[in-house]
Write a protein that binds this ligand. Structure first.
Ligand code: HSE
Length: 436
């Protein structure tokens, strides 16, 4: 069977991984596909940069349109990232009748309608396994493996950088700033790391997962999100005492006609949950579905080689569609028609809460706190105040840690607003939800 030509846009760590892995596993790939899969053209930003990957027989250009227009290119693989130039090029490729493989979660989450709509109009495929949880085949799992099932909820660690930072802080190895610097050095943090630590990257990924799981679209900016920046090293100590780890979760649940709940925030996870033990920059997804029950998917969620593996698996799938003339056989987003979602309001969500308060250490202050919580029907499950540390003594404050029973987010927020207004409440409380 004749060779399937691939045009690569971008030769960063994932693009280089694609070249390396195609070279390394070519014979396995040919025997699986029944035809050679070859990168024929690559577009790079800097033509003068020395490359270490095997590029023999590959034409290098700095003109992306030369890749898209090349008749030998049947699949355009977009690995430049970002949402501006990448969007223009992906749309151009689709209009030119080229199939697209991309790992660009921001692009797909923010411009889903336009990209998938253009692909449908031009009868071409868009595959994107590398966009969520890197090398873990979660997109294929939701779209194909669980196609017969009804997904009830997803709890995922989908941002490796946040998991890495929280894991290092939990081990007492690093401060937040040191852990972030180390994540940036390792290469898996976004160019703008506020997307990682603020929950934006996880919201992009959750938006894609929600569509695949429930057949509806929630734009990423409508997903409730909280970052990990406010967590201090003492929070790990107290979470541990209550029996929890702190993990960066992306959560989506279906509430029937009341809509879809979708949120991203650092979360207290019971130590006995598998998600609590997902270490370092690893990703994992815990899916509950009607027929299968619970299932869990774990692996590398970032990095050149794992993401390149997901990208090449997509190239193989698209090449199979081309050789069997079955393009468009799989709905790219799992369902034939995607509706816009009814969003289950975050304020109606029920959760237990952990909160760390810095309070003036004098008689009656604790009474005021418990009174306010009681006024809003927030019930306390556990409360800790230890002897003041030298730091607390110097600052004349005491840390009080409260773990509540389940309460409505709205009630808890109202109580916290009143507590924050007390003159005895010295800094903004650290508030974390407990997983449900
Ligand atoms: N910045 C992302 C992460 C890279 O840390 O998970 C993979 O999408």
């Amino acid at each position: 069977m004749s060779e399937i030509g691939v045009g690569l846009l971008g030769l960063g760590s994932v693009g280089s991984g694609v070249i390396d892995l195609l070279f390394e596993n070519q014979s396995k790939i040919v025997s699986r596909l029944g035809a050679p899969l070859s990168v024929t053209r690559v577009c790079v930003r800097d033509m003068a940069k020395k490359r270490t990957v095997p590029l023999k027989g590959v034409e290098i250009t700095d003109d992306p349109m030369a890749v898209i227009r090349d008749p030998s290119v049947k699949i355009v693989c977009e690995l430049i990232g970002g949402t501006k130039e990448a969007k223009t090029l992906v749309i151009e490729a689709l209009k030119a009748g080229k199939h697209v493989v991309t790992a660009n979660k921001a692009l797909l989450a923010e411009h889903a309608e336009e990209i998938f709509g253009t692909a449908k109009k031009h009868g071409v495929d868009v595959y994107y396994e590398g966009a969520v949880a890197g090398g873990i085949p979660i997109i294929r799992t939701l779209r194909e493996g669980l196609a017969a099932d009804r997904i009830e909820s997803i709890h995922g660690i989908v941002n490796g950088t946040s998991n890495f930072i929280l894991s290092l802080m939990a081990d007492g190895q690093s401060s937040f700033a040191e852990a972030l610097a180390s994540a940036q050095k390792s290469g898996f943090a976004e160019a703008d790391p506020s997307l990682d630590i603020g929950g934006g990257d996880a919201a992009h990924k959750l938006s894609i997962l929600v569509t695949l799981a429930f057949g509806v679209h929630i734009p990423p900016h409508k997903i409730h999100r909280e970052g990990i920046q406010t967590i201090g090293s003492t929070d790990f100590k107290f979470a541990e005492r209550f029996g929890f780890a702190i993990k960066p979760l992306a959560i989506a649940k279906e509430h029937g006609k009341h809509g879809i709940e979708a949120r991203v925030h650092p979360t207290l996870v019971p130590k006995h949950w598998l998600l609590a033990s997902v270490p370092d920059a690893k990703n994992a997804l815990y899916v509950r579905s009607f027929a299968l029950g619970s299932s869990m998917y774990y692996g590398a969620g970032a990095g050149g080689m794992p993401t390149a593996m997901a990208v090449i698996s997509d190239l193989i799938e698209v090449a199979r569609n081309i050789t069997s003339k079955s393009e468009g056989r799989l709905p790219a987003r799992s369902f034939q028609d995607i509706k816009s979602a009814t969003i289950y309001p975050d304020e109606n969500v029920t959760s237990r809460f952990y909160c760390r308060l810095s309070l003036r250490d004098k008689p009656g202050v604790l009474g005021k706190i418990t009174n306010i919580l009681g006024e809003y029907s927030v019930s306390i499950a556990q409360l800790i105040q230890e002897d003041r540390t030298p730091q607390e003594t110097a600052g004349e404050f005491a840390s009080v840690i409260v773990l509540t029973h389940a309460t409505k987010v709205l009630q808890f927020k109202k109580a916290m607003a009143d507590i924050e207004n007390l003159e005895d409440c010295l800094t903004k409380p650290v508030v974390l939800r407990v997983v449900q």
